[in-house]
Design a protein around this ligand. Structure first.
Ligand code: PAZ
Length: 313
């Protein structure tokens, strides 16, 4: 049995158990944001896993920690967007990212004063500012977080959420920063139980996943503002592959980045331009993140996208 297209994929694979719940929450969130007149961006973040067994003991994974996605979500919110954050379970999340996965243990930031737990003076100011932003985001219902673990679940959620947001037409943005596996094991070839050792080398054969960006752009959200990322390790390939993706899928922008320099430099590739966005050493030393620049550029482009469509109607 071969999986030859996106429709086939959603028929032959089993949806995640909570897909209806995710649908309900997304619709509710969207309705609320529309009443407030806000734009919504779907931010995807973190790596996807490819399980090797149905009762999964082992899986193929990738490097992504969700730094780009979680930081970007915060900057979108700061700029008035509501965010649906589709993230890999246990990867970084907006606001808490400043304390999780960190080399500094969170407990070292706290002290005990008689019966109270207090924040060490050294961390007080920055924690207060993050906590204020976090509480405001919650109070204003600006963030909906949905987690996935496998590449299959990611695709089901992406499909469902995108089609719901697409009803907002140009006002919706799709910021696809997750590092999504290009390969998977189709259901009919997946073994049920833990793969046993003792039979020599483990040989894996993975099929290519359908290219979901194609239907996302042309069918799921044809009027949305769509930003995809292209990651490479060979500098000779980056720009040409980013350009090829833009041409192939026909969306608005591909952001190219290299594995080793992704926090310092990205390339914006659109139909009209090719632009490098770079951080200075001074900015990096001051803790400024490249995502501030990425998001402010994208918001300008999203404005243009909306204005242009209004002018055409
Ligand atoms: O999660 P992270 O901050 O460590 O990395 C971000 C990234 C490199 C995964 C992202 O910028 C990206 O390029 N995502 C798309 C990867 C790809 O499928 O080509």
């Amino acid at each position: 049995m071969e999986i030859d297209g996106e429709d086939d994929y959603f028929v032959k694979n089993t949806p995640p158990k909570n897909i209806n719940e995710v649908e309900r929450k997304t619709k509710e969130f969207m309705k609320y944001q529309q009443e407030k007149g806000r734009r919504i961006v779907l931010v995807t973040s973190g790596g996807t896993t490819v399980p090797l067994e149905n009762q999964t003991v082992r899986f193929v994974d990738n490097f992504s920690a969700g730094t780009r996605g979680s930081a970007s979500a915060e900057y979108f919110i700061e700029n008035g967007y509501a965010v649906i954050f589709l993230y890999r379970q246990h990867s970084l999340r907006p606001y808490s990212r400043h304390y999780s996965h960190s080399k500094n243990c969170f407990l070292d930031m706290l002290d005990i004063d008689k019966d109270n737990i207090i924040v060490n003076d050294k961390y007080k100011e920055s924690m207060k500012s993050i906590l204020e932003r976090y509480k405001k985001t919650k109070a204003e219902n600006l963030l909906l977080e949905i987690d996935f673990f496998t590449v299959k679940d990611y695709f089901f959620y992406l499909n469902k959420i995108t089609k719901i947001l697409a009803t907002m037409e140009e006002k919706s943005m799709y910021y696809l920063a997750a590092a999504v596996s290009d390969f998977f094991i189709p259901p009919e070839r997946m073994v049920e139980h833990k793969i046993q050792s003792g039979e020599g080398a483990l040989k894996l054969s993975l099929d290519q996943v359908p290219k979901f960006l194609k239907p996302l752009v042309s069918e799921w959200a044809p009027k949305g503002f769509i930003v995809s990322f292209k990651l490479e390790t060979d500098p000779a390939l980056l720009i040409s592959k980013a350009r090829k993706a833009l041409k192939r899928y026909g969306h608005q922008i591909v952001i190219g980045n290299m594995l080793l320099t992704r926090k310092k430099v990205v390339h914006f590739i659109t139909n009209d331009e090719e632009r490098k966005i770079e951080m200075t050493e001074e900015e990096l030393n001051n803790g400024i993140e490249i995502e501030t620049k990425i998001i402010s550029e994208l918001i300008k482009k999203h404005d243009q996208w909306i204005n242009q469509s209004e002018a055409n109607n």
